[in-house]
Structure formats: structure tokens, C-alpha cells
Design a protein around this ligand. Structure first.
Ligand code: SF4
Ligand SMILES: [Zn+2]
Length: 119
């Protein structure tokens, strides 16, 4: 399904391999974990940070419970952890429901309000 926001995606012309790493590293005890976090979070995160549609991208991955890939700068390891923990990724302010900027959530996963509704 093609959605309009995808036309503005910064990764539109990049190879999908960057965002869908073949390797699966879901075990935090894995000796390669730090390396994986760097390669699959830091690098794509810096790329996604300047993407105008990162909130839409992140919202889609959470709705679809995507098991692989980086969306909105969030990799599958972090996403799965958030999904399992039932973390809030939509603004909890009355009547809002806006997707919270994934970069705000990366630095503080307990935030439950969008920028507008944070005092
Ligand atoms: S946030 Fe990242 S993965 Fe998502 S559309 Fe933008 S550049 Fe692509
Ligand atoms: Zn809000």
C-alpha cells in the first residue's frame, strides 16, 4: 500500500538494505550488541533525524508491529522492547493522540505527551 507521506521520505532513493538489516540481533547479551546498536540505530537514526515524515514512518511501524527494520530512527530491538512493555507512543493528552517524535522517545521512553502538550 502506497501512502502519500512516503513520497517525502528521505530514504526513498536509498537501498532498503540500510533500513532492513538482514542480521537478527535481539539478544542484548550478544557480544556484538553494542556494535549492532551503533550500526542499526545510530547511523540510521542520524539519517532519519532529518526526514520530514519520521513520525508517520514510526507510527506505521508500531501499528504494524514491524519485526524488522529501522523506522523513524528506531530499530527493531528497541521497537520490540517498547511493544512488549506496552509503551505509549501516542500523546496521552485528552483528544490528541498525535504520534510522539521518535527521537524524543529514544532519549526518554517514558514521555507520554507530544511536544505541544508538554508543559
Ligand atoms: S524516518 Fe527514516 S526510515 Fe522512515 S521514511 Fe524517513 S528516512 Fe525513511
Ligand atoms: Zn498531544
Amino acid at each position: 500500500m502506497t501512502e502519500r507521506w512516503r513520497e517525502a521520505a528521505r530514504c526513498r532513493d536509498e537501498g532498503l538494505v540500510l533500513f532492513f538489516p538482514r542480521e537478527q540481533h535481539e539478544d542484548e547479551a550478544d557480544a556484538d550488541y553494542r556494535e549492532v546498536v551503533h550500526r542499526h540505530t545510530e547511523f540510521p537514526a542520524s539519517f532519519c533525524r532529518r526526514c520530514p515524515v519520521r513520525e508517520e514512518c514510526f507510527a506505521l511501524s508500531m501499528k504494524k508491529r514491524a519485526t524488522e527494520g529501522v523506522f523513524g530512527g528506531v530499530n527493531q530491538v528497541i521497537r520490540q522492547r517498547w511493544l512488549k512493555a506496552g509503551r505509549k507512543w501516542r500523546c496521552q493528552a485528552d483528544g490528541c493522540g498525535k504520534t510522539i517524535d521518535p527521537f524524543t522517545l529514544l532519549s526518554d521512553p517514558d514521555i507520554d505527551r507530544c511536544e505541544e502538550h508538554r508543559a
